[in-house]
Design a protein around this ligand. Sequence first.
Ligand SMILES: [Zn+2]
Length: 118
Amino acid sequence: MTCEGDLVRVSMCHCLACQKRTGSAFSIQARWPSDRVKIEGLAHEFVRVGDEGSTMTSRFCPTCGSTVYYDNDHMPGFVAVPVGAFADPTFPPPRVSVYGVRRHPWTIMPDLAVEELD
Ligand SMILES: [Zn+2]
């Protein structure tokens, strides 16, 4: 997969759907316009209903099981890529945190903009 040009944003999400998707306490992902993401190779698909009722379709590697990208019907025209998929510690940090209501209380938050969602 290749992502071209500037990303739209990098966000941290604490929603339960992302917790289940990642197997972790929160997710961090970068968003690009769909037409700037070139996808090659096989991916398996899993559809999950998000906390707010939208549909998230995750595509993951059939060999290692890692989520490679996903989209959500509440953000048509965009693709989200888990930041860990880039395996690049210099990747830009998240600037936005969402679903703080689902945040594990032991997590220490960096100074981010917070978008309140139900
Ligand atoms: Zn989420």
